[in-house]
Ligand binder design. Structure first.
Ligand SMILES: C[S@@+](CC[C@H](N)C(=O)[O-])C[C@H]1O[C@@H](n2cnc3c(N)ncnc32)[C@H](O)[C@@H]1O
Length: 652
C-alpha cells in the first residue's frame, strides 16, 4: 500500500523522460561551453597571471599560478632558469593550504583564493577594476605587460600579499628546505602541500602524456608571449627600437635624440640642437664677451644614446594591490612616468628596471606614499659596471632597518635573484633605509646602508691612465663616465710635469689620480665619509711608485685648505657640486698672500653648474687670475646642462 502511495504521489512531479534528457543535455553543453570559454580566455590572455609567471624573467606569481603550471613545474625553460627550484616550490607551498599560511589571521581569504584552481581562474576572468584605479596609478605610455597584467587581471583577493612568503621568517623553514632537497632527488612531493592540486585529496604524479601535453601548452603560451612582445617592443625586447616618433622628428640625424618618451619625460628637453641650448649659448657669450676668451668651444662628449651609466629613479604605485613603477617625473608634475625604452640609458639600466618592476609586481612590493608615509620602495639607484654591464642596484626602503623591512624586502630580493639565475645582471644589491618625509633620496647615516648581496665594490677603469677605481653606491659617480673621461684627458694637459697638485671636492680621485703620471705629488680630499674604504682599495691597486705620491683626507674643501693641503702646491684642481665653490674657499683663492693658497699658480676648475662657474670665474679674474683655457663638454645630451673645464693662471 505504502509503496503504491509513494509512487502515486511521485508520479505527477516526474517530468517526461524526454524533457529530463533535454535538460541533462543542455546542462552538459553549457558546462562544456564554460570550460571551453575558460581555456580560450586563459590561452588568449598573454599577460595574465600565467603570463607573468612565465615572463622571460622567470618570476613566479605564486598566489595566482594555475594548477597546470604548478604541476608541470619546470616545463618552462625560461622560468626554470630564473627560479631556483627551492624558491619555486616554497612559493607553491605558501600559496597552498600550508599550515603556517592559513594560521595568519586575515590571510585566509587570500590563501583560499590561491588554493583553488577554479578561483584563480575566476581571478583571471574578472573584469578590470574600476577605471579610477589604473588612471590613478598612472598607466605608462605604451603600457607594457606589467601594467596590463595589474590593471586587468589581478583582483584584490588574488593579489593579497602572502605575508610570510619569506622563507627564513617561516617557523618551518628548515623543514621546507629538507622537503625541497628531497624533492630534488625525486621524492617527497606529497609533503610539499601540493595535495589540493588534483582536487581529489591526494597528489598524484602527472602521467608522462599529461606532462608532455602541459609542456606543449606551456611552449605555445611562451611562443605567443614572445610574438606579442616582439610586436610591441621589437626584437630587442624592451630595449632600443627604431622608427620612433623621436627619430622621425630628429630627421634620422646621428646627433638627434630618438626616444619615444621625449615630450612627456622630464629627463630630456632637447631632441636636436643639443649643443645650442640656452646654457650653452650663455657660455659662449660669457667666455667671449665677459672673459675675453675667443677660443671657447663646446661639443658632444659622446654619442647621444646609451651614455648614462648611473640613474636615480622615482617610484610610484602601479596598483593599489602592490607593484611599483619606476621612472622620472612627468614634465611639470610629480607623477612618475615609466621610461622603459629610455634611449639615453645604458641598456643594462633598462633591463634592470624591467626586472625590478616585474619583481615588485610579483611580490606585491608597495611603493612609498609621501602623503601617508606608508609603503616601502622610495627610490632606486641603478649603476652599471661598464666592463661587465652588470648592475649595482640600490633600493631606498621606507623602514628604519632590515628587521622592520621584514618579509617584503626579502621577498623582493629573492625574486630579483631568481630572475638572474645566470648572474649576468646583478653585480650587487644594496638597500638604504630612509624614513620620514622629504625628497632627499638617501639617508646618510652609516647604519642606513646595508649590502644585501654581491660584491662590495663595483670597479671601473677610468681616464687616460686607466686607473682602477673601487666604487660603492654611496659615492658620487659621473652619469656619463665615457664623456667625463674625455674631460679628464683634456684636463691632464694642463697639469705641468712635476707639479705638486692639490685637489678639492675630489670624490674618489677620478681626476687627480689620473694626473699621477705627470704630477710629483697629489693631495686630495672630499667631504664624503664613505670614501675611506674605496680610496684605500683604489690606492692599493696602484703601482707603489704612484701610490707613494698620494695623500687623501676626508674633509670639507675649506678644512682641507686650512689643514695645509694646498701648502706648497702649484696646481689646484676643483670639481665642486653645482653650487660652486664655497665663499670661504674662494676667499682663500683670491688672496694673493693667503697663507694656505698663496703658492698656487694654476686652477683647473671642472664645473657642473654654469651659473656658479660664472660667479667664481668673475671673482677669480677680478683678483689676478687669467682664464687660459675654457672648453664645454656636453655630457648630458638632451638636457640644458654643460660640464665646463676652465683653467686659470695667476698673473699677479
Ligand atoms: C661634482 S662631484 C666631483 C667628484 C669627483 N671629481 C668625481 O668626478 O668623482 C663633487 C664632490 O664634492 C664633494 N663635496 C660636496 N661638498 C663638499 C664640501 N663642502 N667640501 C668638500 N667636498 C665636497 C662631494 O662629495 C662630491 O664628491
Amino acid at each position: 500500500m505504502h509503496t503504491i502511495q509513494i509512487e502515486t504521489m511521485a508520479l505527477p512531479r516526474r517530468r517526461p523522460r524526454k524533457t529530463r534528457l533535454c535538460w541533462r543535455l543542455s546542462f552538459t553543453i553549457m558546462f562544456l561551453m564554460i570550460c571551453v570559454f575558460h581555456s580560450v580566455c586563459a590561452y588568449f590572455t598573454p599577460f595574465g597571471t600565467k603570463g607573468l609567471r612565465h615572463s622571460h624573467t622567470g618570476l613566479s606569481a605564486s598566489t595566482n599560478g594555475d594548477g597546470n603550471s604548478r604541476k608541470s613545474g619546470s616545463s618552462d625553460p625560461e622560468a626554470g632558469k630564473g627560479d631556483p627550484p627551492r624558491f619555486k616550490r616554497l612559493a607553491r607551498k605558501m600559496s597552498s593550504k600550508s599550515f603556517s599560511f592559513n594560521q595568519i589571521p586575515g590571510r585566509k581569504r587570500a590563501a583560499d583564493s590561491s588554493d583553488s584552481p577554479d578561483r584563480s581562474n575566476t581571478a583571471r576572468m574578472r573584469p578590470s577594476p574600476p577605471s579610477s584605479s589604473p588612471s590613478s596609478f598612472h598607466e605608462p605610455r605604451g603600457s607594457g605587460p606589467i601594467s596590463e597584467a595589474v590593471g586587468q587581471h589581478l583582483t584584490p583577493e588574488a593579489a593579497a600579499p602572502p605575508e610570510i612568503f619569506d622563507v627564513d621568517a617561516r617557523p618551518n623553514s628548515q623543514k621546507a628546505r629538507k622537503v625541497a632537497s628531497s624533492q630534488s632527488q625525486g621524492k617527497g612531493h606529497r609533503e610539499e602541500g601540493l595535495e589540493e592540486d588534483n582536487g581529489a585529496g591526494g597528489w598524484q604524479r602527472p602521467s608522462r602524456v599529461q606532462q608532455r601535453r602541459e609542456k606543449r601548452q606551456q611552449a605555445a603560451m611562451d611562443e605567443k608571449m614572445r610574438r606579442v612582445k616582439i610586436q610591441r617592443f621589437g626584437k630587442e625586447g624592451l630595449l632600443f627600437k627604431d622608427g620612433l616618433a623621436g627619430g622621425q622628428a630628429g630627421g634620422g640625424r646621428d646627433d638627434a635624440l630618438q626616444c619615444e618618451h621625449f615630450g612627456a619625460c622630464s629627463g630630456c628637453f632637447y631632441r636636436s640642437g643639443l649643443v645650442e641650448t640656452p646654457v650653452m649659448e650663455n657660455a659662449r657669450v660669457f667666455f667671449q664677451r665677459v672673459a675675453r676668451y675667443d677660443n671657447f668651444s663646446l661639443g658632444l662628449a659622446t654619442g647621444v644614446h646609451g651614455w648614462r651609466t648611473q640613474a636615480k629613479l622615482a617610484v610610484a604605485p602601479l596598483s593599489k594591490w602592490g607593484g611599483c613603477q619606476l621612472g622620472l617625473y612627468e614634465e611639470g608634475s610629480h607623477r612618475v612616468l615609466p621610461i622603459p625604452n629610455c634611449r639615453v640609458h645604458h641598456p643594462s639600466i633598462n633591463r634592470a628596471v624591467q626586472v625590478l618592476t616585474e619583481a615588485t609586481v610579483t611580490m606585491k612590493t608597495r611603493a612609498f606614499d609621501p602623503a601617508s608615509l606608508g609603503g616601502s620602495l622610495r627610490y632606486v639607484q641603478v649603476a652599471v659596471e661598464r666592463r661587465t654591464g652588470r648592475i649595482q642596484l640600490t633600493l631606498v626602503w621606507n623602514a628604519p632597518g632590515k628587521k622592520e623591512a621584514g618579509g617584503e624586502l626579502s621577498r623582493l630580493l629573492k625574486a630579483l635573484k631568481a630572475a638572474d639565475a645566470s648572474g649576468e645582471l646583478w653585480h650587487s644589491i644594496w638597500v638604504n633605509f630612509r624614513t620620514g618625509p622629504g625628497n632627499t633620496i638617501f639617508a646618510r647615516e652609516a647604519r642606513s646602508w646595508t649590502k644585501l648581496f654581491g660584491a662590495d665594490f663595483l670597479t671601473e677603469k677610468i681616464g687616460p691612465s686607466q686607473t682602477l677605481f673601487y666604487l660603492t653606491p654611496q659615492l658620487f659617480r659621473q652619469g656619463n663616465l665615457d664623456g667625463f673621461e674625455k674631460l679628464v684627458t683634456r684636463a691632464q694637459e694642463f697639469v705641468p710635469a712635476q707639479s705638486v697638485v692639490c685637489e678639492l671636492y675630489g670624490g674618489g680621485g677620478v681626476i687627480g689620480l689620473n694626473m699621477l703620471g705627470k704630477a710629483a705629488a697629489l693631495r686630495f680630499s672630499d667631504i664624503n665619509p664613505y670614501l675611506g674604504q674605496c680610496v684605500d682599495k683604489t690606492l692599493q691597486a696602484l703601482p707603489a711608485k704612484k701610490r707613494e705620491k698620494v695623500s687623501f683626507i676626508i674633509a670639507t674643501a675649506l678644512e682641507a685648505l686650512e689643514a695645509g693641503h694646498a701648502d706648497g702646491a702649484t696646481v689646484l684642481i676643483v670639481d665642486p657640486p653645482r653650487k660652486g665653490l664655497e665663499s670661504e674657499v674662494l676667499a682663500h683663492l683670491v688672496d694673493r698672500k693667503d697663507p694656505y693658497a698663496g703658492t698656487l699658480r694654476r686652477i683647473v676648475y671642472v664645473s657642473c653648474g654654469f651659473e656658479a662657474l660664472k660667479r667664481d670665474a668673475v671673482a677669480l679674474m677680478d683678483s689676478g687670475w687669467r682664464l687660459v683655457h675654457a672648453e664645454g663638454f656636453v655630457l648630458f645630451p638632451g638636457s640644458d646642462h654643460l660640464e665646463t673645464l676652465a683653467v686659470f693662471d695667476r698673473t699677479r
